[in-house]
Design a protein around this ligand. Structure first.
Ligand SMILES: [Zn+2]
Length: 389
């Protein structure tokens, strides 16, 4: 069974290919080119729109009313369906637990998701915390930083092997470097976030298993002064060190265009990843809601395109979807469309260990594809060549 997509502008990793066609065979990209398309069992006319690799979101807590922080399969499915409809064909669902029993439940959920052919590909979880600095803006939870010791995390990492892809911690906290080494030993990418690390801390962390910075600029240290002597924080380290992959939340609210442009200028398309940090309310219209943030339920507002607590003094994650991330970077920050797409596809695929297999239009890669117009309105989504929208 082969099908050919015609009349499309192909979004390649390094350019746009106009008047393009793409031949899909057995769920894989078999060939692509311009002008005369080859014969196939079925022809899909893209109507002159873009044909792009599906988006990959490596930091996503939920959406469509479903929460990845829940241990309920239905909630995971609900969130996945919502993101799929906006062009996300693979993601790393983001809960936050270090409880081995809960991680066992998450394994069972992943196994169910893996059996389905109508949901985004589950690349393994992105686990947040608990070894992080207290959130400075929010008077919720414990104000003290936690301490985690091997007797707490070793049983969790044993359960997490093979189903957790990446894990966030603040490396400067007590036990942070040991935890980074334990993550590395478990084959899990150490990600720095919700952290007050100095540049020196980050250099040490990079020798101890950490290789990524979570949502740059948000909930992290930047330039401080120590009796007049300035020093850099995690923001500067993320921008400076080429070995670090860096996430940016591109909902158009968390970061203004100039900070997106600065990050692109420093990191380039191959080290920067567009993420949503989307909460369970992703995809809902503006209004007042009760949101489920793991252990607590809180009243929140969706206003100005973002989720806020009643005090409206900060953001509680985003309500963004994959299409909106690309649209923000393309339209607001003026990045070429292929570059914006690369940061939402090929780069996160490589980060998650799927280089060449997902996240790009290349021969032999999975035919996870989306069709969208110049406003990044997604009209069709394909998983392994199968139409799901
Ligand atoms: Zn998050």
């Amino acid at each position: 069974m082969a099908q050919v997509f015609v009349n499309a502008t192909l979004v390649l990793a390094d350019r746009l290919l106009e008047n393009g066609w793409l031949l899909e065979e057995n769920g894989k990209i078999a060939r692509y080119g311009t002008d005369t398309a080859p014969d196939a069992d079925a022809v899909i006319d893209c109507g002159g729109k873009y044909l792009s690799p599906g988006f990959i979101d490596v930091h996503c807590h939920g959406g469509g009313g479903g929460s990845f922080m829940s241990m309920d399969l239905e909630q995971h499915i609900k969130a996945m369906q919502m993101h799929l409809s906006h062009g996300v064909t693979a993601l790393t669902p983001t809960p936050g637990t270090i409880d081995p029993e809960q991680i066992r439940q998450l394994r069972a959920i992943k196994e169910e998701i893996d059996r389905r052919e109508d949901l985004p590909h589950h690349l393994g979880y992105f686990m947040e915390g608990p070894l992080t600095q207290p959130h400075p803006d929010m008077a919720m939870g414990d104000a003290k930083a936690p301490v985690i010791t091997p007797d707490i995390y070793e049983p969790a990492l044993k359960e997490a092997k093979g189903i957790v892809n990446r894990w966030m911690a603040a490396p400067e906290l007590e036990g942070g470097m040991e935890f980074g080494r334990a993550l590395r030993a478990a084959g899990i990418t150490g990600c720095m976030g919700h952290s007050n690390a100095t540049v020196a801390d980050v250099e040490e962390a990079m020798r101890n298993g950490y290789s990524c910075v979570v949502h740059l600029y948000s909930v992290m240290s930047t330039v401080t002064r120590d009796n007049g002597f300035r020093r850099g924080g995690l923001v500067e380290a993320g921008l400076l060190f080429d070995d670090l992959d860096v996430e940016i939340i591109c909902d158009g609210c968390h970061l203004p265009p100039e900070l997106i442009k600065l990050a692109v200028k420093c990191k380039g398309y191959d080290k920067l990843m567009l993420v949503s940090d989307c909460g369970p309310l992703g995809g809902f219209p503006e209004g007042e809601y009760e949101a489920d943030f793991g252990p607590m339920k809180v009243k929140v507002f969706i206003e100005d395109g973002v989720c806020k607590p009643p005090a409206r003094n900060c953001f509680l994650g985003s309500v963004a979807t994959g299409d909106r991330l690309v649209r923000t970077v393309y339209k607001q920050a003026g990045i070429p469309l292929w570059g914006a797409v690369r940061m939402a596809t090929k780069t996160p695929a490589r980060h998650c260990g799927w280089e060449g297999r997902k996240g790009e239009i290349t021969v032999g890669a999975d035919a996870d594809l989306v069709i969208f117009d110049d406003d990044i309105q997604v009209s069709a989504v394909y998983l392994m060549g199968k139409a799901v929208k």
